[in-house]
Design a protein around this ligand. Structure first.
Ligand SMILES: C[S@@+](CC[C@H](N)C(=O)[O-])C[C@H]1O[C@@H](n2cnc3c(N)ncnc32)[C@H](O)[C@@H]1O
Length: 207
């Protein structure tokens, strides 16, 4: 690529980044708890970038990812499945579920978990919930074990995508895309209609 083409490409990406800025969902974080496959992490990064989710947190006790975002941005195994979205979406890692919960609590985030199964005290079908709380973290579980009891205990609700097939669950990339699409859609609408802020957080379970 010539230097001139590179400069043009960079400035058009900057322009796009400026255009979408106000449509991104403020204070919305997706959390992956102990994902096994780098390819799935890349897919979720692509989803969060496309849907305007602010950040991705990854609980990664096995050290599958570099700790530093700058180093992740250089990793081919993340660049490819995320189609370079890793360069534009911030990712932070945690050594344990508890460390991630502590960080979110210290920053006054409400957590919700996702599972194909009924978990914890409050369960909500995705399209029946209200997800416009001021600061929201949405957790997704491991590919085979699902979400941990610790994450469930520290969440306000467990979200289910309704399924009508024989199989037990959707995969991580698909389920994160579906859940975050609905949540980001609700939050963008709320942000547009309530530019002056909010009085209090709504309950997640409406019905
Ligand atoms: C492949 S699934 C894990 C399946 C695992 N056997 C379990 O018991 O959850 C990976 C993750 O995708 C999300 N997921 C998959 N299907 C879902 C559904 N129907 N509703 C909500 N989340 C789902 C959950 O976060 C789940 O932990």
């Amino acid at each position: 690529m010539s230097e001139e083409t590179e400069i043009k490409e960079k400035s058009s990406l900057r322009k796009r980044a400026d255009e979408i800025k106000e449509h991104r969902c403020k204070n919305l974080i997706a959390v992956l708890e102990e994902p096994n496959m780098i390819k799935n992490i890349g897919t979720v990064i692509r989803n969060i970038n496309a849907l305007g989710v602010e950040k991705l947190y990854v609980v990664d006790s096995q050290g599958r990812l570099p700790e530093d975002w700058q180093d992740m941005r250089e990793r081919r195994s993340l660049i490819k499945p995320s189609v370079s979205a890793i360069k534009w979406s911030f990712v932070k890692t945690f050594k344990s579920t508890q460390a991630c919960i502590d960080h979110l609590n210290n920053n006054r985030f409400t957590s919700v978990v996702t599972s194909p199964h009924i978990k914890g005290k409050t369960n909500v079908i995705l399209h029946e919930g209200n997800f416009t709380q001021k600061r929201l973290a949405v957790w997704f579980g491991n590919e085979s074990r699902g979400i941990s009891e610790l994450a469930v205990e520290n969440s306000e609700a467990c979200i289910q995508i309704e399924m009508f097939g024989i199989i037990e669950s959707l995969n991580l990339g698909t389920s994160s895309g579906i859940v975050l699409y609905e949540i980001a859609k609700q939050r963008r609408k709320y942000q547009n209609e309530n530019k002056r802020g909010r009085k209090s957080d709504p309950k997640i379970k409406v019905k």
